[in-house]
Design a protein around this ligand. Structure first.
Ligand SMILES: C[S@@+](CC[C@H](N)C(=O)[O-])C[C@H]1O[C@@H](n2cnc3c(N)ncnc32)[C@H](O)[C@@H]1O
Length: 243
């Protein structure tokens, strides 16, 4: 009988702090890496591959459809639920700033991961553009709504769900109840077929116009299937609010 294949370890074994130390003490940290988001992202990918780590970062392949979406929809304000070590915040925050966007909000539950993210975002020169909110997304969303309330209704143009699949649906509904999305806003859910996100994917795919907070809402969705590094079939779901 062969030994069972060990489960993939995705995070939390010290790799995040090891990555932070690697980047911040890199011989080129003060020269090539400082204020160079693309070089920092490349260094994260290189370090992960060299150390045989499956990182939870969105990575170059899965980020491509989001970057394409940003080019076509030209968001002003973006928010992500699940910031981890700051990879997606650096990648999309850099793109958003270069395209003339206003602000990128990164919501992260873990104070440890958020501290790593903050140091890398600062090194990338994005510290005054990317804001990291530490705490459960459901709480940070309420705080965010208070901060954005003077802006137009539905202030988030592009929302990225990349935190805990079981929380995708309840936290998305919180976003809807708080009125943070307008007609034309887009929600991108990574890992939409796994890790408990199935309820969210089903809600988005169900025809009709469900009521949220007494308002009828409707989204049009498309899914982009892909394989995870460990071979599991997953998909990204891109949904645009049409009502
Ligand atoms: C897949 S990682 C995010 C990866 C990141 N978007 C990137 O591409 O670099 C998921 C992150 O969500 C965080 N998380 C899990 N549940 C959360 C919650 N309820 N609120 C906020 N963050 C949460 C985890 O701590 C983890 O850092």
């Amino acid at each position: 009988m062969s030994a069972p294949t060990p489960a993939t370890i995705w995070h939390g074994d010290g790799r995040e702090q090891a990555l932070q130390t690697h980047i911040l003490t890199h011989p080129n940290a003060a020269t090539h890496l400082r204020n160079n988001p693309q070089a920092i992202l490349a260094e994260i990918d290189t370090w992960a591959a060299a150390n045989d780590h499956c990182m939870m970062t969105i990575g170059p392949d899965c980020s491509r459809p989001v970057l394409e979406l940003m080019q076509t929809s030209q968001p002003q304000i973006m928010a992500e639920l699940g910031g981890y070590v700051g990879y997606s915040a650096i990648l999309f925050g850099d793109e958003l700033r270069r395209a003339g966007g206003r602000r990128y909000y990164s919501l992260e539950a873990s104070a440890e991961y958020a501290a790593v993210a903050r140091s890398l975002v600062d090194l990338a020169g994005l510290g005054d553009f990317v804001e990291i909110l530490v705490g459960e997304a459901a709480d940070s969303l309420v705080e965010l709504e208070g901060r954005l309330e003077h802006k137009q209704p539905g202030p988030i143009d592009l929302l990225l769900l990349d935190h805990d699949g079981c929380q995708y649906l309840p936290d998305f509904l919180t976003v809807e109840r708080l009125g943070l999305l307008a007609v034309g806003s887009t929600v991108v859910a990574d890992n939409a077929w796994l890790f408990g996100a199935e309820a969210y994917a089903e809600w988005m795919a169900t025809p009709g116009e469900p009521e949220v907070q007494g308002r009828r809402v409707k989204y049009e969705s498309r899914t982009l299937p892909y394989l995870l590094p460990d071979g599991q079939q997953d998909a990204m779901m891109i949904s645009t609010k049409v009502l």
